[in-house]
Design a protein around this ligand. Sequence first.
Ligand code: MTE
Ligand code: HPA
Ligand code: MOS
Length: 788
Amino acid sequence: MQASTYQTVGQPLPHESARLHVAGSALYTDDLPERHGTLHAAFGLSDRAHARVLAIDLEAVRSAPGVVDVICLDNIPGHRYLGPVVADEPVLADEFVHYVGQPLFAVAAATHHMARRAARLAKVQYEDLPITLTAQQGAEQASYVLPPVRISRGDIEAALARGPRRHSAELTCGGQEQFYLEGQVAYALPGENAEMQVYCSTQHPSEMQSMVAHVLGQPAHTIRVECRRMGGGFGGKETQSWQFATVAAVLAQRSGKPVKMRADRDDDFLITGKRHDFRTRYDVAYTDDGLITGIKFEHQLRCGYSADLSGAVADRQVFHTDNTYFLDTFDIRSLRVRTNTQSNTAFRGFGGPQGILAIEYVMDDIAMRLGKDALDVRKINFYGREDRNLTPYGMTVEDNVIHELVDQLETTSDYRARREQIRRFNAGSTILKKGLALVPVKFGISFTATHMNQAGALLHIYTDGSVLINHGGTEMGQGLNTKVAQVVAEELGLDIGRVRVSGTDTSKVSNTSATAASTGTDLNGKAAQDAARKIKAALCRYAADHHGCDESQIVFAGNHVMCGDHPPIPFDIFVQSAYKARVPLWSSGFYRTPKIHYDFKTLTGRPFYYFVYCAACAEVVIDTLTGESRLLRADILYDAGRSLNPAVDLGQIEGGFIQGMGWLTTEELWWNDAGRLMTHAPSTYKIPSISDCPAVLNVAFFDNGNAENNIYQSKAVGEPPLPTAVSVLLAIRDAVAATGQGALPVLNAPATPERILDALASVQAPLPTILPDDDTLAEAPPAEIGYD
Ligand code: MTE
Ligand code: HPA
Ligand code: MOS
């Protein structure tokens, strides 16, 4: 990678809290010293998936040891229905419950255990109602949280009929629990004159502030939300921290005591939403070379009982159904299915991985049908540089580097030679079979909701020359604060040790967006840079006046300020003299992403400022008797632009890839027929551990700038690595295919041993000879959208 020309930006500096993390002295919300008299709260949960609540007897709860207060929906003083987009979620259940785990009431007691024990004592009478559990069931019943969306170009039926080759099939893929190590938690402290301070583990302090204000029926200026750090969020705390924050605040207001609400792991699993699982049906036509000539998708996304962010997640699935491929004639439908399950929400990738998996699965289908190497089929479908570069949503791909990036990974991973080695290995091995797959990713960066692409910062320089930066983003382990500190240090020519980032606080920077969509550094880094540049401009005017030098010649570097011929002035001496000359040493900063616009009704425009490109090559081995699989080696090439911090970025790439592998291999969410989630603890829900990581994991950065003026020409790194793990699933499918006689392996995700055994059985079936010649997908509703 090209050496950085900067002092601090581009350096592989350790995470700003790394030492605190390993020493156990980093404070998370539950570690904050508790105020005297603190109460602890717990929810009573619905144990029906869909029912009318006929009667609820809370006498035993109220009289349980230590209980101070018990509240239901009627006790909420302000707004009773909330939601990030649609206010369709009651703070506590109303007359109806919509999933097993829905909070029905809340208890405040002297201790956490007393509150949890008491919450079990309620006697609830239900009248059961019919339940809808899966995306497929919901789609069949046209049960939606939001109306279906469809985008299309050209005459899809004619293209499919023309072929010359065609097939249709379907794929299902499971959801994923965010499994942040620190669960949901909020600590509400009542103050004077109706003030409420809430410490909350959340990616979105401003939304928590606004929701607490609504629920209490108070103005936002009475509520202050702070979050120093999270022990992981992964999207699960973009919206769904609200129920903990609001209910803790209501109980605190009623009792006049501080109230903490911390979810036990099982309750967290039962209450909160996850990654959207989905079923996709597709019908594709292609040439003998494997070039797609027409493709039709219907994505059925399980949204759960309410809208939450499902509209935006489903949109992002549509926006990533092309991945790195030009689709000339297409028809993509997206169904946002309502079910009696947790309300699914953001999870790293936010629908993007779901779109990418769908088309990558189809690429493999085509290659297997044609007897070609899947990489060759992928390549001929890539977006072009000058033509064939219009996305399905009408944005032109201008920064395409996928050809060069994939060529480089093909070489560095030794793809062709290993393909041959694996073929030979498989020929000589009956029980163990190996598989290989190289999967590219193109990931769009920006919130699709244009207005969310803004950020603010507040920068203070103290007279000893130390610097404090506060910004609207939240730290969840991803290294945002480290990168923002690097930006500020670079701008002011200081060592990183002179810059400290303080916790996110709604009373310092207001109306912030969630830290999400991988935009944390892009937005807040630019806002912090703006603040630093404003102070620098004021300091330069002062120095020019004071030392009689040219303003444009003043340089801030190496903890000094250079003003023309004047000897370098130590930064602290310089700011002291500026302070005495009454120059303000603090400033706000602001940033809004340029160029983007997007019409959410037609799903067209330029939703993304730029694209991140990356690719992974995965080699696996499966045991055909037990269905077990293991990732042996992975090579990842990632375009981080000019990486702000290659050490932090490396961690994000490895972590994202392994988290994606968990989604597609071992993490299985399973609801029983009554709609109860049975996999709600690490005993039954298997996330990857260190022993699941491959012995060989090579990560390299692709040498590239950002074609757009992003912060120091870097590119985002939070989410795009995750879908590179599609390579692991497809490598498993490749290994399964090696056992058959040419039939297409049906491998749904997650590829647990059971599903791998099913897939092995599927390749023993004969290849269907009669292909469907009529439209096998249900008629779409009248085109809301479509352009030629
Ligand atoms: N990395 C860690 N360690 N913990 C997290 O919770 N969340 C991911 C990603 N990387 C996450 C993480 C998600 S979902 C997003 S959107 C981005 O970080 C958000 O941070 P950024 O925009 O600052 O990259
Ligand atoms: N990504 C992540 N979170 C979001 C988005 C998005 O595009 N839109 C709203 N919240
Ligand atoms: Mo990330 S899913 O955008 O919080």
